[in-house]
Ligand binder design. Structure first.
Ligand code: 3HC
Length: 286
């Protein structure tokens, strides 16, 4: 049994940091009541400050009215007690990227919230399957990987664990869409789609600078103007947080080893003369 989206009224968020507060904000903006929990009162307060700043930006850009911002604030309650999530209809965990901490949180959530409630994790690289195994509801655990800054970024990656039920996957897509996001789906493989590809890109940008290929400004400018991304690798790494990048990179390195050699398929395509758009065939057909 999985709750349907139309029966969801209250969203629980575990973690009030950059990601957790962003998730709490978008859920409240979408009209849900939100309970945002962190381990210390000061962290909860910081989460509210982040939300306040973001709402102020939206109001000053006339993307949100004062009344909508006010209503959003009013829908979010803060707590340090996990038991206060007992009445939530779905919970999204966005605590630190530490497997043991996440497994402890999921074991506690499993006790705290009714058994038909879906527990989602915002993990960026850790295994959904391993996190889910800390509960007795592995089929109702799913990855809901938001992008930073959550209030602005359109995309959410739905990550399907080994035991995740198909209905739960559908529910995760529907919930994210209801929060105004667009989704794609990834199997529970290290880094999923986004970080598996993004982290080597960031690391290569950092190495290019470190090895004197170009100044940091020119590495960023080259990638921005050369490939039409909003931020170059060094800027983006700074935006994400270098600690988070390092954590994610270490997980990928442990799980996947040396990913920096040219991909075998790339060489095979070139040998076959499939050079992309100009030959009518690359990875896609034109
Ligand atoms: N809350 C509300 N609004 C915000 C905001 C926030 N936190 N941050 C930015 N905005 C709004 C601004 O109001 C502005 O609106 P406008 O277009 O009407 O002027 C708009 O977003 C752009 O903001 P700024 O002009 O201040 O700054 P930029 O133009 O540089 O845009 C950005 C900021 C949206 C962050 C853009 O630079 C960008 O898209 N960068 C790439 C971000 C990215 O790739 N994120 C994903 C990282 S990977 C990840 O998160 C996965 C994790 O697991 C590691």
């Amino acid at each position: 049994m999985v709750r349907t989206l139309d029966s969801i009224e209250t969203v629980g968020v575990v973690g009030a940091g950059t990601m957790g507060s962003g998730i709490a904000q978008v859920a409240a903006q979408a009209g849900y009541d939100v309970v945002m929990r962190d381990i210390k009162e000061a962290f909860v307060e910081d989460g509210f400050d982040t939300i306040e700043e973001s709402l102020d930006r939206f109001v000053s850009k006339e993307k949100l009215s004062e009344a909508e911002a006010e209503a959003t604030r009013d829908r979010i309650a803060g707590t340090t007690d996990l038991a206060d999530l007992a009445d939530c209809d779905v919970v999204v965990e966005a605590a630190v990227e530490d497997m043991e901490i996440k497994r402890d949180i999921f074991a506690d959530l499993d006790e705290a919230v009714p058994e038909d409630v879906v527990l989602a994790t915002n993990t960026s690289t850790l295994s959904i399957t391993t996190i889910a195994a800390a509960t007795d509801r592995e089929e109702r655990v799913v990855g809901l990987h938001f992008m930073n800054p959550v209030p602005v970024m359109k995309g959410v990656e739905v990550v399907v664990g080994e035991k995740t039920d198909g209905e739960v996957t559908e529910f995760a897509h529907a919930l994210a869409e209801d929060l105004g996001k667009e989704t794609w789906e990834s199997d529970d493989k290290p880094g999923f789609v986004t970080n598996r590809i993004l982290m080597p890109w960031l690391n290569e940008g950092i190495r290019a600078y470190d090895e004197g290929v170009a100044s940091k400004e020119d590495v960023d400018k080259g990638m921005k103007l050369g490939t039409n991304v909003p931020m170059g690798p060094l800027e983006l790494a700074d935006h994400i947080g270098l600690d988070i990048c390092l954590d994610a990179s270490q997980t990928l390195h442990e799980e996947l080893g040396d990913r920096y050699k040219p991909a075998y398929l790339l060489k095979r395509k070139v040998d076959a003369g499939d050079l992309g758009k100009k030959t009518g065939q690359g990875f896609y057909e034109y």
